[in-house]
Design a protein around this ligand. Structure first.
Ligand code: UFG
Length: 328
């Protein structure tokens, strides 16, 4: 299969590129390198540096390659930043997707695997969360992902643009050979922050809030190994190639862990005491986010294979071998 990967130099995109190439596919990558890393790019992929909002740039890439499936990761993805700069999120994420879909239609490419987020759900009472739950995003990032899903839906109704939207829960870990991993700047995610302590890059971890409605008072999240997550994208591409209808799937493990449980597993994996302190709640954090992954199991045949210890172990292997992250 020939994939065009938008945002292929980012954390999730680069892992997709690696797995897709390993399975013998051809991969073309577009990335503006705003948050992606040149070093994360696989040498076997054909790379174009540019922005998805740039129509003439996109047209040039589509003219050069006959694409089977687009896999769309190119987006700004920090919840906190989106609360401060909502227009940036609607411009890059939503407008960028419109330009991409428009170009795809112009070139007759009508299959897209889309990187969505649990952030479309906002705060929910019922756990695990199913795909039919009411979507009430609590921040512009989640709203932008929901808008992108709706834009794809109407492009399908009107023009036959078939899509699979994958709503990720908490993605973590790194490729099993530790060649690529997670390197966000600034880092805001719990697991890489926790691992900065045994790496000697910070003294301790602040856990935001201990008065949530959970067994130990800290937030509950559903962690999914990056390799399991990527496998679902390849299954989604096969599903689209098989002429199946557009659909939306949660990608999570269906098990929730509190922030303190994450800390405990990280202590076990690293052998470091990882001191912690409690801080105030972080704005906009839901108490609990746990996915129902039943639908992805039934329709895509996808099941996560890696447990939390393997997830944190793989992240640790990456960070230990790349203590400064990517070069640039
Ligand atoms: N946390 C801490 N201390 C830290 C960092 C995080 O206590 O230094 C806590 C957070 O408050 C939260 C939990 O760890 O309770 C997980 O936080 P992350 O930032 O790692 O992940 P989120 O659950 O906030 O975000 C994830 C994805 C987003 C997505 C969101 C949906 O990373 O892309 O879920 O709600 F939008």
């Amino acid at each position: 299969m020939r994939f065009l990967v938008l945002g292929g130099a980012g954390y999730i995109g680069s892992h997709f590129v690696k797995q897709a190439l390993a399975k013998g596919n051809e991969v073309i990558v577009i990335d503006n390198l705003q948050t992606g890393h040149k070093d994360a790019l696989n040498a076997k992929a054909i790379f174009y540096q540019g922005d998805i909002r740039d129509k003439s740039f996109l047209k040039a890439v589509f003219s050069n390659h006959k694409i089977d499936v687009c896999v769309h990761f190119a987006a700004n993805s920090l919840v906190g930043e989106s609360m401060e700069k909502p227009l940036l999120y609607f411009d890059n994420n939503v407008y960028g997707t419109i330009v991409l879909l428009d170009t795809m239609l112009e070139f007759g490419v009508k299959r897209i695997v889309f990187s969505s987020s649990a952030a479309v759900y906002g705060i929910q009472k019922e756990m695990p969360i199913t795909e039919s739950a009411l979507t009430t995003p609590a921040n512009p990032y989640g709203e932008s992902k929901l808008m992108m899903e709706k834009i794809m839906k109407w492009s399908d109704v009107a023009q036959g643009m078939r899509y699979v939207s994958l709503r990720y829960f908490n993605v973590a870990g790194a490729a099993s050979d530790a060649s690529i991993g997670e390197d966000h700047r600034p880092e805001t995610h719990l697991i890489p922050i926790v691992l900065q302590v045994p790496l000697g890059k910070r003294e301790n971890v602040t856990i935001y809030g201990n008065d949530y409605d959970s067994p130990d008072g800290t937030c509950v999240r559903d962690y999914i190994h990056i390799d399991d997550l990527i496998r679902a994208h390849l299954l989604a591409a096969d599903y689209l190639i098989g002429d199946n209808p557009s659909d939306i799937f949660n990608l999570g493990s269906q098990s929730g862990y509190t922030n303190l449980e994450i800390l405990q597993v990280a202590r076990k994996v690293t052998g470091h005491p990882i001191p912690m302190q409690f801080g105030p709640r972080r704005k906009g954090d839901p108490d609990k986010l746990v996915a129902s992954n039943k639908k992805a199991g039934e329709i895509l045949g996808w099941r996560p294979e890696n447990d939390l210890e393997t997830i944190i172990g793989s992240a640790w292997a990456y960070h230990r071998s790349h203590p400064q992250g990517y070069k640039e």
